[in-house]
Design a binder for this molecule. Sequence first.
Ligand code: ATP
Ligand code: MG
Length: 566
Amino acid sequence: MSSMGLYEDRVKDFDWSISEQELEYGAGGMYNIAFYCTDRICQKGLGGKPAFIWEGFSGHVKQFTYDDIRVHSNAIAQFLQNQGLEPGDRVCLFMDRIPELYIGFVGVLKMGAIAQPLFSAFGEEALFTRLEDASTKAVITTRKHLGKVRRIRKDLPALATIIVVDAGEKSLEPGEVAFDMEGAARVEDFDIYKAGPETPSVLHYTSGTTGKPKGALHVHSSLIAQYLTAKWVLDMHPDDVYWCTADPGWVTGTSYGIIGPWANGVTQVVLDAGFSAQNWYSFAERMKVTVWYSAPTAIRLLMKEGMDPVQKHDLSTLRHLVSVGEPLNAEAVIWSEKAFGRPFHDSFWQTETGSIMISNYPGMRIKPGSMGKPFPGITATVVNPKTFEPVQTPGTVGLIAIKPGWPSMFRAYWNNEQIYNAKFKNGWYLSGDRASIDGDGYFWFVGRDDDVINTAGHLVGPFEIESALLEHPAVAESAAVGKPDPINMEVVKAFIALKPGYVADDDLTMDIMNFIRKKLSPLAMPQDIEFVPSLPKTRSGKIMRRVLRAQEWGEDIGDVSTLENE
Ligand code: ATP
Ligand code: MG
């Protein structure tokens, strides 16, 4: 290796064929993701290796080897076929984070259908819009969530079959069938659907942070990017115990909560229980987690609980920490070094991109607050919002733009060609986010295009304001939005959720204002602070600034089907 370092070396020589060769992708005409996540690992002699260790709400643990997930996914695939489902049909997975969700996802792909994972916490309305939009043919669910499906079923003419994985003895209604994954006979051989590289695989709805969720359609060859980014960015080694805290209802929970780890043949662990710092640390300790993929919302919650719970656990197995989903505040990186002796590595990508685009690569110098650099093979830049030409001067803020053609790029928005086409300008795919690039090539997130605040003609990103606020000891989380102002058009208003033990009063407001005044330019200074018990968030944990902004402007809130605290 040259003195340039691993990252630079890999960028220089990069070709996606590196991934195809490692996977032997396409050998024997096999392109189906499901094969590479199960059968191929078994063929390499790792059938007896734990693929999945699951812990439920009550502390109940289940373990599945690669051979187990192979035969169980075979059984699911065969069962779906027997129900008359066909390649290309949309099959929705609507379950808590139970083994059937993860293994079922692979089963759906095995028989060639398109997997449509949705958050089990969705209410009827959120479920309905997505099933209707996708003309979904079957839903796999559990008794706990069956009621929601039943109540909307009559208005979903395409929905032919409901599969209940924990039906038990109680009877089901017509059109519902029982499938007991662990009770079913092992299916040793299944003729895996011969998908091509461009055959649709997964239909993922976006988080709905900025508006009505869109169905991003992915294809089987997305694996080429998901496999290698998991290996290189999440730094997966054969002996790792990997924990992705994301629900598969969100793309992170499939690309890196199913496909990435299993195609890499690592052992992954899942905790299907509510969040608390104590629960999480104790799970990581018991499972001896080495690689941890989580999100800023969760990290901020851990920070809120402080060092006490950290010190009660032995977290020394943790080797690599990565974050995704929202901008990772510098404060969170610094805190993580204090708490775990390791920094969280930020990674940026989207439902549409299918895999990590920009990240703090292992071994690369981390600049806290920066998203890092593009993955080798990804051409990313920042373009001028009017000309769509790359900006020339380091530090100039513009739109994040990615050169189309990477393997896991979405191929369509379901039923929405117009919005799809609008995402491409001047030969670039636009993510809808604003950032700048510094002289060293590091990307710095500013805000979503829709969240940028225009105050007296100057654009201010919420991220710098929220990051400054987070450095104040009382602040657990915040959201900065524009509120109407007769002179400046908009001024900044900050909504703040406090850490336990702090009282929301005028003194605290003053104290916070004085604290951030030293860190922010006058234009970015909030004119108004409102303390709130919590911030509106999507199911994937993203702050929905548009809900707060709409309140300030007296506008219609729009689609809030993904709102967490409905
Ligand atoms: P919708 O498109 O429906 O409004 P969404 O954009 O939140 O929802 P996702 O695809 O889950 O849906 O999220 C992608 C977006 O999340 C990115 O465009 C970006 O705004 C934000 N994001 C993800 N990772 C990061 C990160 N590391 N830093 C900053 N922002 C991030
Ligand atoms: Mg988006």
